[in-house]
Design a protein. Structure first.
Length: 279
């Protein structure tokens, strides 16, 4: 399973949804209480997981634009969202979803955020959101991004940004070496300049505070155990592969680390809610 394959995003979706920070979810819902309609842009949407988790927090009439640079993921998102909804209707380029009492209109936009951020954001979304995206981008992109959001007076909510914490059960003598190599890999350029990696949550908080937003951060670590065997196995393979691509660690150490059968893991994430003052 590679990169951002739909199967990988499917595998992590349950853990992602249950790990989201509930305090920030409540704060988001409170901020938008009574808004009808609400316009939302979801950046790096993958197969639409963020919409499936966030739409229940928002009002009865929602207009979402889902943005990704991968057309196959946008197609998978349309298919999975239609299956998730109680009813779905294609109207030209818009997918109308009916979920309980809510009507959610969804448009799909293929764009490279590193090059076309302004276009991807559009003119005036009430909320710009993302899930599991911001550790891929650079500190410079985060600063530019915060300025672009502030210029629109949009609210910003992002979840599941990797924060550098990793613990594996059972422990292994090479855990620290693997983590250091994994972080070196994380900081490589993923299309946005050198990635912020585990520094991304703090970079987001600092950038949004600097543009005058009220910022809240909350823990959203994956706490994986019984029932998460497939995800733990896939994570172990992914971390080992990434670490093994760096010169920091030798192949026998990676192989020995990978060979352990793990029963539990913690992978640290943070959620961030940044709200414009007076809106
Ligand atoms: C870790 S996945 C998260 C997907 C989804 N938000 C979720 O939570 O399941 C990161 C997503 O960002 C997208 N992405 C990465 N770089 C991008 C870029 N330069 N422009 C647009 N999308 C990008 C990937 O295609 C992928 O869908």
């Amino acid at each position: 399973m590679s990169g951002f394959a739909p199967e990988w995003l499917d595998l992590r979706e349950g853990a992602d949804h249950r790990s989201r920070n509930r305090r920030l979810e409540r704060a988001l819902a409170k901020h938008f209480d009574g808004w009808r309609p609400i316009t939302v842009v979801d950046l790096g949407c993958g197969t639409g997981s963020n919409l499936r988790a966030s739409a229940p927090l928002l009002g009865p009439e929602q207009h979402w634009t889902l943005v990704d640079h991968d057309q196959a993921l946008l197609d998978a998102a349309a298919q999975r969202l239609a299956a998730w909804a109680d009813g779905a209707d294609r109207q030209g380029g818009t997918l109308a979803l009916f979920k309980g009492p809510k009507r959610i209109d969804v448009e799909f936009r293929r764009a490279d955020l590193a090059r076309d951020l302004e276009d991807a954001l559009g003119a005036n979304a009430n909320l710009v959101t993302a899930s599991a995206l911001f550790d891929l981008v650079s500190a410079g992109f985060i600063a530019r991004f915060a300025a672009a959001i502030a210029a629109r007076k949009s609210a910003f909510y992002t979840v599941l940004t990797y924060d550098g914490d990793q613990r594996w059960m059972p422990e292994h003598e090479a855990d620290a070496a693997l983590l250091a190599a994994f972080h070196a890999h994380q900081r490589r350029d993923k299309g946005f300049g050198p990635s912020a990696g585990p520094d991304a949550p703090d970079a987001l908080s600092d950038a949004f505070a600097a543009v005058g937003y009220s910022v809240q951060q909350g823990d959203s670590a994956w706490r994986l155990g019984a029932g998460d065997g497939a995800l733990i196995a896939e994570l172990t393979a992914g971390f080992a592969a990434a670490a093994g691509e760096t010169p920091q660690i030798d192949a026998p150490t990676v192989a020995a680390w990978r060979a352990v059968d793990r029963t539990a893991a913690v992978v640290g994430h943070a959620d961030t809610l940044a709200l414009p003052l007076g809106v």
